[in-house]
Design a protein around this ligand. Structure first.
Ligand code: SF4
Length: 207
């Protein structure tokens, strides 16, 4: 049985949630307090219904996606996170490293196939200097100005700050100036200090 939109507020016995739902259906913006209340209510299905209503209203039954390519320039990594099957030491027979031209060829293939976003993350190689990270971003942007570059996780940003002696802000500003659009997520294990100590003790803490 299909649920009628106007019935959504009646699905909750909580008066505050009902008011919030009515506001959503009236196309009014929620206040910060209301958004927090919704979040803290733990009513995931109810929140999902409201989100679904807004999404359908905006997008109909269309789904949108981008063509994105993941490029991993190297698997050489100074860290040894216990869950990771990717990072290896420099002398490991599985170690590989792409040079700038190889990276650019992958970006070009992506571009020709209609892709307009590259997602670049690697290991954290001990021998790369700061200019390598910046240079990869700059060169991709120079050759493909309309390519969205999402590159380097917070772990790599932390490493760049260490090797350059710059602050996180300065590193991000340098990357942005070179053409970076966004950084990927990942590394969420550091948000729990207990978990980080167990599986990735040498990674930066969330502090
Ligand atoms: S930092 Fe990343 S690549 Fe390196 S070992 Fe940890 S998860 Fe693997």
């Amino acid at each position: 049985m299909e649920l009628k939109t106007e019935e959504i507020p009646k699905l909750t016995g909580d008066r505050n949630l009902r008011r919030i739902a009515e506001k959503v259906l009236e196309d009014r913006r929620l206040s910060e307090e209301e958004a927090l209340y919704l979040f803290e209510s733990g009513e995931l299905t109810f929140t999902g219904l409201l989100a679904e209503y807004l999404c359908r209203k905006k997008n109909g039954r269309n789904a949108y996606f981008i063509v994105n390519r993941q490029i991993n320039p190297t698997n050489v990594c100074v860290y040894r996170c216990s869950f990771c099957a990717f990072g290896v030491g420099r002398k490991d027979p599985r170690a590989y490293e792409l040079d700038l031209e190889q990276i650019l060829r992958k970006v070009e293939d992506t571009y020709r196939a209609g892709g307009r976003e590259v997602h670049i993350v690697g290991g954290v190689p001990p021998h790369w200097d700061y200019s390598m990270y910046i240079g990869i971003v700059r060169e991709i942007k120079r050759r493909f100005p309309d390519m969205c570059i999402k590159a380097w996780t917070a772990v790599e940003i932390n490493h760049m700050a260490k090797i350059s002696g710059k602050s996180y802000r300065e590193v991000l500003e340098d990357l942005k100036e070179a053409g970076l659009s966004a950084i990927p997520g990942g590394g969420a294990e550091i948000f729990s200090e207990r978990v980080r100590r167990i599986i990735a003790p040498s990674k930066a803490s969330a502090e």
